[in-house]
Design a protein around this ligand. Structure first.
Ligand code: ARG
Length: 250
């Protein structure tokens, strides 16, 4: 019995010793746990190796380097991101638009990208102006600005999906008249289903410009300042532009 206990203790000690020898766990750096929703190409998606990739993922990793923190990405539902900040995650980067409603719960970094909603329609659809959106069956991603816009459209029957691509699939199945989603993912889905859909620019419907920023814990001005400085430096040293060129075809 005694021997058994000793060997258990020995094994435990060896495990601790081997852990201490492993790269990242021996790092003295603090970890920044970053929430995202990796179903929003080209900003975040699951790469071929099964890990989150995309513009936002690359940007937050570059920010992590600048501020001396290890970045750990946590993929979750978009709709849970804001309420998880300060709990399961430290910050969120998810092509997230700055809105007054969200600002009641979180702070935002300086904006890093300007976007607008776009409309995806079946090829040959007659939808062309804001008036044409009325009384339509509209698909959106749950909790997004696309959903907030759709909810304001007269007579619209809005279906909210966990992933925008699920809305696009229902559009292709004939269950929806249109999908409202941010312009860059709309362009990606438009290319993916080029023989089935058309993408119409948000300007045709007078949709307003939106600004993506990193969502931060409310009141943490120290972290906000570090992240904002890092964004400014990455813009200055060319990293930001090279990430745009790598991930975003405009
Ligand atoms: N920009 C929109 C919003 O903030 C949609 C963002 C969706 N992002 C995502 N990773 N699924 O509501």
């Amino acid at each position: 019995m005694k021997n058994k206990i000793i060997s258990v203790v020995l094994v435990a000690m060896m495990m601790v010793a081997s852990l201490a020898g492993c790269g990242s766990s021996s790092s003295s750096k603090e970890t920044l746990v970053v929430g995202t929703n990796a179903a929003f190409p080209p900003f975040e998606y699951i790469g071929d190796d099964g890990n989150p990739d995309g513009f936002d993922v690359a940007l937050i990793k570059a920010i992590g380097e600048k501020i001396g923190m290890d970045v750990q990405i946590q993929d979750m539902e978009f709709d849970s991101l804001v309420s998880s900040i300060g709990g399961k995650i430290d910050v969120a980067i998810a092509g997230m638009t700055v809105t007054e409603e969200r600002q009641k719960t979180v702070d935002f970094s300086d904006p890093y990208y300007e976007a607008v909603q776009a409309v995806i329609v079946p090829k040959g659809s007659a939808i062309a102006t804001a008036d044409d959106l009325k009384n339509c069956k509209i698909g959106v991603q749950l909790g997004t600005t696309g959903e907030f816009i759709a909810d304001e459209i007269e007579g619209a029957e809005v279906s909210a999906y966990n992933k925008a691509i699920d809305a696009v699939n229902d559009l292709n199945n004939g269950r929806l008249d249109l999908v409202i989603v941010d312009k860059n993912p709309a362009a990606v889905f438009g290319t993916q289903y080029a023989d089935q859909v058309d993408v119409i620019d948000g300007s045709a419907f007078d949709f307003e410009a939106e600004f993506y920023a990193i969502a931060l814990p409310k009141g943490n001005t120290e972290l906000a300042e570090k992240i904002n400085n890092a964004i400014a430096e990455l813009k200055k040293d060319g990293t930001y532009d090279s990430l745009i060129a790598k991930y975003i075809e405009e």
